[in-house]
Ligand binder design. Sequence first.
Ligand SMILES: [Zn+2]
Length: 176
Amino acid sequence: MKWKEYVVENYLQEKGGKYELLKPAIREKIYRELTSNDESKILNASKILIGLDNLNFTQKEISDIEKKCENLPKSKSSSMRDYRQDVNAGIMLIKHFDDGAKCKCGVYEKWIQFPPEREVEIGYLSIQKEPYTNLEKYQIEYDLKCMICKTEWQANQNDGYHYPIYEWVKKGANIV
Ligand SMILES: [Zn+2]
């Protein structure tokens, strides 16, 4: 299933709805969940949010979210990674857009969960050529270009963990 369709149908539960029209409703739900004190809702909202574009959170929403999320307790379940990292990444993205960013190039290197296809679908990046499976490095390599600021990226998908992680490297920078 396509990512935007997934967000509309599974997260928002609006079958057949249009993502662009439902963005305010998506923002509302994410806001409610991030301020809910419910760990699984907070984590889920953070994972949805990180893959989207600018939802235009208001100043009040941003400060409520920050207050609610700044001292979250450690998870009681033994998850693969600390859910608070996902929450921090989500808040980083909200603030990135609040600072006036027009694309997401400023955040790709700062978090391990930016699947390239979602960034392409959401409209920020284009795929420059077929993804390459690098057998020596056990990774899939994507060549991408930002439609907004024209930055060129190589994103490496590594499946060697319990879940895929992504390393983003600017083209022209040293690729190790
Ligand atoms: Zn960009």
